[in-house]
Design a protein around this ligand. Structure first.
Ligand SMILES: NC(=O)c1ccc[n+]([C@@H]2O[C@H](COP(=O)([O-])OP(=O)(O)OC[C@H]3O[C@@H](n4cnc5c(N)ncnc54)[C@H](OP(=O)(O)O)[C@@H]3O)[C@@H](O)[C@H]2O)c1
Length: 356
């Protein structure tokens, strides 16, 4: 099963909105076939592993899958049907599919057709690699990662230099962009930084052979005050969504969706935005690159799952903007768990997970 889980992760840059799924077919200790799900609309891992199997199926063979096989027709047919037709009689599934269309039904269908299915092997590891997919189906919002580059004195802007963190940190952050279905920023960040919000890594670096998936670009601009002819983020073919408080309309030519959202005291209603992203855009993983205001608001509302800091060793002082509105207090009901720390030349990457 660990092999299936390791394989599943390979799909993380290309498979959204689908989950990471790997499949191994073994006889005793010998792996006979293995596969992972690469892209929505293409074959699922179980189907590819069966297609790649060179030996005739026998009763000793076991199929290991990190997620319950689907039993419905979506962009592809039900995997349970292919498995039943293959003659495989033993299946290990790490966890049930949290998607209500499938949940438990896939396993039930297989058992009904005489297949022995055991659920739960390496369950915790399986949950870990599909936290985004699970969050989308269970919480009706994307898995939200807040990422900031901060100085040693917690400043996020530097009047002396465009960048706060090192080149190594910036390259590392592009892996997070690549893994995310969408990137979200506030209007001031567009105005001040004019970011492109794209992935600038090669396929070789991501270890993929498919075309790089560019994330959806999301901007919070209540009053539609940004000039879309001026800023880089509005250029290019990638889908753009501008959440605002004025109008809903679709600009097909520029691939921009304008969506009207109610305004609250500190900005657009983040809960409604997250619901729309999960349901209408099938965003399972969202990377937020927030300035002070947006970061403070996500923390205040406690809607996020991870914080990633790239902390540099420079001191910026009062001319730099603090990363958070320090007049407020945050996370009164929740706490963070330190997940990992990584040294990146003169910076340190710190990853926190919000405790459930
Ligand atoms: N070091 C880093 O990692 C990093 C990352 C990002 C940004 N930055 C820096 O941060 C600075 C900008 O920070 P900032 O605090 O001024 O602005 P911000 O957080 O980038 O954007 C805030 C603006 O977004 C809009 N907004 C709409 N709904 C919101 C909501 N629910 N919560 C919060 N904002 C909402 C509001 O403008 P409207 O009224 O127009 O809607 C608000 O003024 C820039 O100078 C940039 O360089 C640094």
């Amino acid at each position: 099963m660990q092999n299936a889980i390791d394989l599943a992760i390979k799909g993380k840059y290309t498979n959204s909105p689908n989950p990471n799924v790997g499949c191994v077919i073994a006889e005793g200790d010998k792996i006979l076939s293995k596969a992972y799900h690469c892209k929505s609309g293409e074959d699922h891992a179980e189907v590819i592993a069966l297609k790649n199997l060179k030996k005739k199926v026998n009763k000793k063979m076991v199929m290991y899958i990190n997620l319950e096989p689907c039993c419905h027709t979506g962009k592809t047919g039900p995997c349970t049907k292919t498995i039943i037709n293959s003659g495989i009689k033993n299946i290990e599934v790490a966890m049930l599919d949290p998607n209500p269309i499938v949940k438990g039904k896939g396993v039930k269908h297989l058992r009904k057709n005489g297949i022995k299915v055991n659920v739960g092997l390496c369950r915790n590891e399986a949950i870990k690699i599909n936290k985004d997919f699970i969050t989308r189906h269970k919480k009706n919002r994307p898995y939200i990662v807040l990422k900031q580059a901060i100085s040693a004195d917690f400043r996020i802007t530097n009047p002396q230099n465009k960048w706060i963190s090192s080149k190594l940190s910036r390259d590392d952050s592009h892996f997070h962009r690549a893994e995310s279905c969408a990137i979200l920023v506030g209007s001031n960040t567009v105005r001040k930084d004019d970011p492109r919000l794209n992935v600038r890594l090669s396929k070789e670096k991501l270890l993929i052979s498919e075309k790089i998936r560019q994330p959806v670009k999301i901007i919070l601009d209540s009053k539609l005050s940004l000039n879309i002819n001026k800023y880089k983020v509005f250029k290019g073919k990638a889908k753009k969504i501008i959440f605002n408080s004025l109008q809903t309309k679709l600009d097909h030519k520029r691939n921009i969706d304008y969506i009207k959202i109610k305004k609250e005291k500190f900005g657009l209603d983040l809960n409604s935005i997250m619901k729309i992203l999960a349901n209408d855009y099938e965003i399972k993983r969202l990377l937020v690159e927030p300035g002070k205001e947006l970061f403070s608001n996500f923390l205040n509302k406690e809607i996020f799952d991870e914080i990633i800091y790239y902390k540099s060793s420079v001191f910026i002082g009062n001319l730099g903007m603090h990363n958070i509105n320090i007049t407020k207090s945050y996370l009164k009901n929740r706490s963070l768990i330190l997940d990992s720390v990584k040294i990146l030349s003169n910076d340190v990457k710190i990853r926190y997970i919000l405790k459930e």
